[in-house]
Design a protein around this ligand. Sequence first.
Ligand code: ADP
Ligand code: MG
Length: 302
Amino acid sequence: MPKITSVIDKANKNDLEKSYIEALKDDTFKKYVKSLPITEETLMKYTSRLEEACHEDDNCKKCPSLNHCQNERYGYCLTPHKDEKTITFYYQACPYLRQKEKDEAYQQNIYLFDIPKQVRTASMKDIYKDDSKRMDIIKYLVQFCKTYTTNPKQKGLYLNGSFGSGKTYLIAALFNELAKNGVSSALVYYPELLRTLKESFGDDDFQYLFNRIKRAPLLLLDDIGAENVTPWSRDEILGTILQYRMDEELPTFFTSNLTLEELEQHLASSLSGVDKVKARRIIERIKQLTTEMKLVSKNRRN
Ligand code: ADP
Ligand code: MG
């Protein structure tokens, strides 16, 4: 008499075979499994999972772009892989996703600190060229970009202009362009940097953040002049960053709603009194590090 276990095995095998044969009635499935370098004996153990994989593969074949992905995991296709006598299934990134990751790899060279994520896609070719007033700035950026690799010791810009005129966008476009050539940079919203540094003062976090920003090959201090000035933030933080960058000749950019004269007044008056000499010293450093330019433009914000 056959052992009970072998009877059950046989019954299971029959069921597996039956559902596999049933699934083969679907032409797409039939074509799909025939294309796999796996024997039928193994395939029939995985009918339902193979049906899922086949369905995903079919979605991919009809898919015009990543935005149209219909699969369980966005940008991935469930794929069978032969392992001796078994099949394992894994999620394989689709060509659209792989291309996107390749196109966006440059973004890893850019450190954003409290800056809206959309600047990641700012690009030199998309800069508005509709008003002549920004042409000098564009020329400066194009020249900077062209010559940076042979001469990284260049002056940055002090970009002054009204709210929403596109200051941050312009510098982000330059940094993105250079990031595509492997240049690292940091874009930092200056008022928030001060708050975070103040909170973490004395910690390892403080040193890490402070050094990362101080030493970034390209640095944007965004919206300087919008912060609350204290002697500590002006002299110990800003003063030290600027001194380091002057010594190392690292390009440094600023955006501000204030002109340099207005910034000087802003820096002179802190909560603990007026200190014109210290403010003057900071402005001298900014002048050494940058060329001042004005961006006059309408508000581009929606
Ligand atoms: P600012 O820093 O001067 O306040 P932003 O750089 O933030 O201004 O620009 C304001 C808005 O306009 C943002 O949403 C930005 O993405 C958009 N913007 C500015 N310049 C461009 C451009 N050339 N192409 C596309 N969007 C732009
Ligand atoms: Mg801005």
